[in-house]
Design a protein around this ligand. Structure first.
Ligand code: COA
Length: 481
């Protein structure tokens, strides 16, 4: 109140001071619409006053109809689940995701293949080809924001779930798909991880020059494409805030792999202008062909690197370190390995002079790394800012206390298989804390979803049950691999 009175007084004082006759045209500068909107927070709510991490999860309120199986699609929907989306996994009655039974390590329990890719989800069994099952799916389409699928090309259409049909049923729904290839000669092909690695350019550029193409252990075709799809879904959800309508989101595994292998397409184009000087074959005087060769353990960037043996390599297959001869720390490297004369020797002092000698340089550094364990090399080099990395085995990663502490490696309890390790959310957010939950049993949430999400009454659920749309037929299921 006091403030308002003061303001009024100030206003009348200003009016009194105005010259009586002279009319001064004051330019009343209206704030542009954009600036006004920015001042008001661009239409966003006021910043939450809740403590960070206590204002819900990033994707709270987003519901996913998860029609995925095997790895690529499940990776995507698990990430969305980690971010707080309600992920409803639709599985075939009695069979479920084929990976439940693949590579089984505990008899009768869901495999690690399945459990590690399907945390933070609920499972409902529906026969999508049963008339009653289709009716339930229709309801799910109306109640969900995103449908994610990675069936073989045409399978979703064969279920009657074409884009036109889904869009008509729920115009807001985003339909996200992973397929092996985009439109073109191979669009109808079924694709698994290693096929994508080969078709996306990763295999032809991985391995040693004298050996065959090689696939990598990292699942860049499956999990990599799942990640790409999750990014597309996020963007579609954001755009939907403006347009109010859903759209198709499509990620081909070949494209995903190529995106991750883009430095090799860079090198393909560089080849037209001369040899790739950072590849060790340049130093070995081996001519380049028409395509990017396999580069062994050469670094993919401008700083040469290689994998070097460390103490114990004779018995431990992982006693190695990746060593990068980064130019700014070259002098420190020379001192460490007992070659101070290289600091001024014109054959070694400058990066271009070193390129033809990389094999010899790394062999000399290796004489030093072989006297230390990989962790000793790491400790010593890091003190000098020399970029090195130990080759960690999966055993070491599983036992790493830092990865446990950050929630990247998480132990989860499961009713039929007991405790298992999984990879938690690799993306950490300060206001959306990930809680890693175990994977669901097959159909564990069928009743709950029918009743609480889709609003079926107890009698209707009983009728659905009797119809055979959510239960396994008497026919024995094909044995899982
Ligand atoms: N109820 C009834 N039928 C169901 C169902 C359900 N809930 N869920 C799946 N099905 C049916 C499908 O409709 C399909 O039937 P159809 O061929 O008669 O139309 C059938 O199950 C098999 O689906 P499909 O996707 O062809 O499985 P597959 O085991 O033969 O092939 C892949 C597996 C991975 C090769 C294939 O799905 C694919 O190429 N996917 C795209 C690329 C991809 O994601 N690959 C990476 C996998 S990690």
């Amino acid at each position: 109140m006091a403030t308002r009175t003061k303001a009024k007084a100030a206003k009348s004082k200003a009016t009194a001071k105005k010259p009586a006759k002279k009319i001064v045209k004051l330019k009343t500068k209206k704030p542009p619409a954009k600036a006004a909107a920015a001042k008001n927070g661009n239409g966003l709510p006021r910043p939450s006053t809740r403590a960070y991490g206590a204002a819900g999860k990033a994707l709270e309120g987003v519901r996913i109809l998860d029609f995925t199986h095997v790895q690529s699609g499940p990776t995507c929907t698990q990430l969305l689940g980690y971010m707080g989306a309600d992920v409803i996994k639709v599985e075939r009655p009695g069979i479920g995701d084929i990976t439940r039974g693949q590579l089984r390590d505990v008899k009768g329990a869901d495999s690690l293949y399945f459990t590690m890719l399907n945390g933070n989800k609920r499972s409902i069994t529906i026969d999508s080809k049963h008339p009653k099952g289709k009716e339930i799916l229709d309801r799910l389409i109306r109640h969900c924001d995103v449908l994610v699928e990675n069936f073989a090309p045409g399978a979703l259409d064969r279920m009657g779930l074409t884009w036109d049909y889904i869009h008509k049923t729920n115009p807001r729904m985003i339909v996200a798909s992973v397929k092996g290839f985009g439109p073109g000669a191979y669009e109808d092909c079924k694709v698994y991880e290693n096929i994508a690695q080969c078709a996306g350019g990763a295999a032809s550029t991985t391995g040693f020059r004298e050996g065959p193409p090689l696939v990598t252990g990292a699942q860049i075709g499956d999990s990599g494409t799942g990640l790409h799809l999750a990014f597309g879904i996020m963007c579609a959800l954001y755009q939907r805030n403006r347009t109010g309508r859903g759209q198709k989101v499509f990620a081909a595994m070949q494209d995903g792999v190529l995106n991750l292998a883009r430095v090799k397409l860079r090198d393909q184009q560089r080849l037209a202008h001369g040899p790739l000087t950072e590849y060790s074959q340049y130093g070995e005087n081996i001519p380049f062909g028409v395509a990017v060769p396999r580069a062994g353990n050469d670094s993919g960037g401008g700083q040469p690197g290689w994998i070097l043996k460390c103490k114990g390599w004779e018995t431990d297959p992982d006693a190695y370190v990746y060593f990068i001869t980064q130019a700014p720390v070259w002098e420190a490297i020379c001192d460490l390995i007992g070659k101070p004369e290289w600091k001024t020797d014109p054959d070694y002092a400058k990066p271009p002079a070193r390129l033809p000698r990389l094999k010899h340089i790394f062999a000399t550094i290796e004489q030093w790394t072989m006297t230390k364990t990989k962790f000793e090399v790491m400790d010593i080099c890091n003190k000098h800012d020399i970029p090195v990395g130990p080759i960690l085995s999966m055993k070491e990663i599983a036992e790493d206390p830092s990865l446990r502490a950050t929630g990247t490696v998480v132990e989860v309890d499961h009713p039929t298989r007991g405790k298992y390790l999984t990879v938690g959310n690799p993306v950490k957010m300060s206001d959306s804390i990930t809680e890693v939950k175990r994977s669901p049993l097959l159909g564990e949430h069928t009743q709950e979803i029918l009743g609480k999400v889709l609003g079926y009454s107890a009698d209707e659920i009983a009728a659905i049950q009797a119809s055979g749309a959510i239960t396994a037929s008497e026919k024995p299921a094909a044995a899982a691999a």
